[in-house]
Design a protein around this ligand. Structure first.
Ligand code: PMP
Length: 410
């Protein structure tokens, strides 16, 4: 049964049981109107209330300032790897309206701390490439800092960041889901926190918050131009992506393309201004994932003490698991992937079981039998990954720690 299982999936991830119970009812007969939520027009009054409620609750939970627009869209985090490039190149072009003959491709600065930021960088390279020989590129993606040589087991130190003062934007991933590495939100840049103080004046900052969204406060919210997250970790089912965009970045890209040129073509559903002008309803949005996300937000505000409550419990959960694993590491029974303790993710705890090659397999089999599910590391790195998203109870983490102690004979 659901009660016997502790689900540590990295995404899609567990959702609160009471929310799923309510969603199941809504799927069949929404608010007793004789029709399910998926059977209603996205332009009808019922769904309008759902999406407006979700936005209002998200604004309350994250204290989103009025000069930011909240959008619900599709295409996942991966869609935003592309959309951020295309919209921000247009914003940069608008700010630098030189004739095409004088166009100089802007620099796009990427901070690489793991697999997802690397993928975003690769997509920027793909989209910016010159369309034909002897033609300038649309932009020049650049690595502003990278910890690849450490196999993503640490964050850059402050002196490793090299930001360009006239970049179109700076991009980073707040929590790298696969490697389990996250920028500490309670440290400044000298101590390993994200170097907000090094961002050149006027340069836009983009953050991928897919796997840490609404798990704790967003550090220096107003330093960001764009914050985005796929829903399927802390917020709801897969299928909806949340965008938080500073209003000056809602650019009419078609107009800029026609008047100034030198931009790659932007698919219409990826234009932030189009989405915003139509209040996320330019085309049919993913109504069911938005509905479930709306229920999750209500639940987090009402039952979990809002963002402060979530921060406290998420800190406790990750502390307990890291302490147990550090104990196992001291006895050479386990090894944490991320060596720098400041950079360890609260959401995705990555480790290996030491010993012969069968040991880790046995650990996973034993875990499975005890109801600890989906602990296997990402297929690209192997090992073990316990994801501790909002819907994972403290009790589940405690039981997992007891299993680790028992298995490792601590
Ligand atoms: N960014 C991060 C940090 C992620 O964890 C993921 C997916 N796990 C993505 C981007 C890609 O998201 P999607 O699969 O929704 O495209």
């Amino acid at each position: 049964t659901r009660q016997q299982v502790h689900n540590f999936a990295a995404g899609p991830s567990p959702l609160p049981t009471n929310v799923l119970e309510e969603a199941a009812l809504g799927l069949l007969n929404y608010e007793d109107i004789g029709m399910g939520i998926c059977e209603l027009s996205h332009r009808g009054k019922e769904f309008k209330a759902v999406i407006e409620g979700a936005e209002a609750d998200l604004r309350e939970l994250l204290q989103i300032p009025d000069n930011y627009t909240v959008l619900f869209t599709q295409g996942g985090g991966t869609g935003q790897f592309s959309a951020t490039v295309l919209n921000l190149l247009a914003a940069h072009r608008q700010a630098h309206p030189v004739p095409a003959e004088e166009f100089k491709p802007p620099i796009l600065d990427y901070v690489l701390t793991g697999s997802w930021s690397s993928k975003a960088y690769a997509e920027a390279q793909r989209l910016c490439a010159a369309p034909f020989p002897n033609c300038p590129s649309f932009g020049e993606p650049r690595i502003a800092a990278s910890t690849k040589s450490s196999s993503w087991t640490r964050l850059p130190s402050k002196d490793e960041y090299k930001f360009s003062k006239d970049a179109a934007y700076i991009y980073y991933c707040e929590n790298e889901t696969i490697n389990g590495i996250q920028f500490p939100h309670d440290k400044d840049s000298e101590e390993g926190g994200f170097p907000f103080d090094l961002i050149p004046e006027g340069v836009n900052l983009v953050a991928d918050y897919s796997s840490s969204f609404i798990s704790r406060p967003i550090k220096k919210f107003e330093k960001h131009a764009i914050i985005y997250a796929g829903a399927q970790k802390n917020l709801g089912p897969s299928g909806v992506t949340v965008l938080i965009i500073r209003n000056d970045l809602l650019i009419d890209t078609t107009k800029i393309q026609n008047e100034l040129g030198c931009l790659p073509c932007l698919p219409i559903t990826y234009e932030y201004k189009i989405l915003s002008d139509n209040k996320s309803l330019y085309n049919t949005p993913p109504t069911f994932p938005i509905y479930v996300s709306a229920l999750v937000l209500k639940h987090l505000i009402k039952n979990k003490g809002g963002l402060k409550g979530l921060e406290d419990i998420n800190r406790e959960k990750s502390q307990l698991l890291y302490e147990t694993l550090e104990k196992a590491e001291k006895q050479q029974k386990a090894k944490l992937v991320v060596r720098d303790s400041n950079a360890r993710s609260w959401m995705n705890v990555t480790f290996n079981i030491e010993g012969d090659s069968e040991k880790e397999k046995k650990f996973l089999e034993g875990a499975e039998n005890k109801g600890f599910k989906q602990l296997k590391g990402h297929r690209s790195v192997g090992g073990i990954r316990a994801s501790l998203y909002n819907a994972v109870a403290f009790e589940s983490v405690k039981l997992l720690c007891e299993y680790i102690e028992e298995f490792c004979e601590l």
